[in-house]
Design a protein. Structure first.
Length: 167
């Protein structure tokens, strides 16, 4: 897996101050994407054990509320094995910190068993994610007044239940 960027102090992609990882690779190619360079699966740098340790170190301070993963596309099958392991390690190391994840795919459809992006790692990822923002960015539904979403079709969910969250 490759990644394009890490933000150590991100306040735009989830509640509180967060550490964010922007993974590479996305097949959605949404019109108006804010970083189309991440569509390329080889964009940026390879994700290594050293990268994982750097993220864990960044998450250590008490003022860091948690971790956010976005892209690119975290739920591309090529990214899921590495991210499932990373999410599990974060939850084991920092059980009180939240994990947010952004995906252009739909919970209950693409990410459900039998869905187009379902892999042996999908359930593990969803189990460790506290908040899932799902749905493609749709330029015609762009709304800059929304919190933590770019377009009105996107949902903020509890990925364990599918419940829409009010954040």
């Amino acid at each position: 897996m490759y990644y394009g960027n890490i933000k150590n102090y991100d306040v735009a992609n989830g509640l509180g101050v967060r550490v964010s990882l922007f993974v590479s690779g996305c097949r959605n190619h949404c019109e108006g994407c804010f970083q189309p360079e991440t569509w390329d699966f080889k964009y940026g740098k390879p994700f290594t054990k050293q990268t994982e340790q750097e993220l864990l170190d960044m998450l250590k301070p008490d003022y860091i509320a948690g971790f956010t993963c976005l892209g690119g596309e975290p739920f591309e099958p090529e990214n899921q094995e590495v991210l499932a392991g990373l999410f599990r390690t974060i939850k084991e190391t920092y059980p009180k910190k939240t994990i947010w994840c952004y995906t252009g795919y739909r919970w209950g459809e693409d990410l459900a068993e039998g869905g187009s992006k379902y892999t042996p790692y999908t359930d593990s990822m969803l189990n460790d994610i506290d908040v899932l923002v799902d749905g493609r960015f749709v330029m015609e539904q762009k709304d800059i007044t929304l919190h933590f979403r770019g377009s009105r079709n996107q949902r903020i969910l509890n990925p364990k239940t599918g419940e829409i969250l009010d954040v």
